[in-house]
Design a binder for this molecule. Sequence first.
Ligand code: GAR
Length: 208
Amino acid sequence: MKRRVGILISGRGSNMTALIDHAAQPDYPAEIALVVANRADAAGLSAAAQRGIATQVIASRDFGANRAAHEAALDAALRAAGCEFLCLAGYMRLLTPWLVQRWSGRMINIHPSLLPVFPGLDTHQRALAAGVKIHGCTVHLVTDGMDAGPILAQAAVPVLPHDNESTLAARVLVQEHLLYPAALAALITGMSVPAPAESGLVNPCISG
Ligand code: GAR
């Protein structure tokens, strides 16, 4: 039976869309039960609705500085939808220890770098400035701390001589869209999954 998964977004939602599209396949171990955005203008909301997925806006700005109340509302919505796992997909807010603890072991995030290098923002720009030759993305369990937590899966891409921020971001994003559904499936089934055939320089590594 498919496990019910919630997704939190703040913006474009391309990773959310990749998760939804994979979950639509009969043999995928999850279904997307709910997408919640913390911003009413998150573009991903319409992409989810077009795919027939339930959406909610729980706007952080409505709660002001009361992060606990915002997260209590998020948590209540996810539980009402029967979500057992939670994916952060471009959700650009730090979570409090309360929510992290409540979803411990069942909440994952995707980040556009090979963690532990380049946590935070502007990862592609920083990778170019550092002169790294390999860059990529990471799916990790969410724990306290920004872009921290045990690494579940990574995919790497080469940094090419004439790359700029947008060409590098686009190359990484292709891998994000393959890695995130693979890592979610691996977490749910407790199994490793084959590396996506379209993978780049280094095969995705999934463990745990
Ligand atoms: C993605 O590149 C994701 O890895 C990144 O935000 C982007 C969201 O795009 N997440 C982080 O930086 C988290 N620290 P999307 O909305 O199209 O999925």
